[in-house]
Ligand binder design. Structure first.
Ligand code: SF4
Ligand code: SF4
Length: 133
């Protein structure tokens, strides 16, 4: 199913912002600079990275995000680390499972979440919200 980037972004905004811990009571984004949210600041790269993967293994999506999104994000340090990610303040990383699920569903694919049992706390630092799946 073909979806425009704008449609995909609207779907992901609806799904993720609604449960994001940064969301304000009024329904807006509580970040000091809402445009700094990496999920939407780099949304074209996020959508492209996720659509380039066809797998039920979340690690392949993480790898695609690291390669195609984190690599061009100004938050990432030269050694590949990211303080924002470590502090669970990157919505893209914290809600990656939900982002993958939303984009795959919107484009007519399915992401089989039953394979997530072996996922340890590590790259996906925000396992809490993701495990609401
Ligand atoms: S931080 Fe990002 S995901 Fe969270 S409410 Fe703001 S724009 Fe939405
Ligand atoms: S994890 Fe860090 S480097 Fe990657 S998109 Fe988020 S803020 Fe940027």
């Amino acid at each position: 199913m073909d979806r425009s980037l704008a449609e995909l972004e609207a779907i992901v905004r609806k799904r993720i912002c609604n449960l994001c811990t940064e969301r304000t009571v009024a329904g807006g984004c509580g970040l000091e600079e809402p445009t700094s949210c990496a999920l939407f600041r780099l949304f074209p790269q996020v959508a492209q990275a996720i659509q380039s993967v066809s797998s039920d293994d979340i690690h392949q999506y993480i790898e695609a995000i690291r390669t195609n999104v984190c690599s061009v994000c100004h938050e990432q340090q030269r050694d590949g680390s990211c303080e924002t990610r470590q502090m669970v303040q990157c919505a893209l990383d914290a809600y990656l499972l939900l982002v993958v699920d939303a984009i795959e569903e919107a484009t007519g694919k399915t992401f089989n979440k039953s394979n997530l049992g072996g996922l340890g706390a590590g790259s996906l630092t925000g396992l809490g919200p993701q495990m609401q799946l």
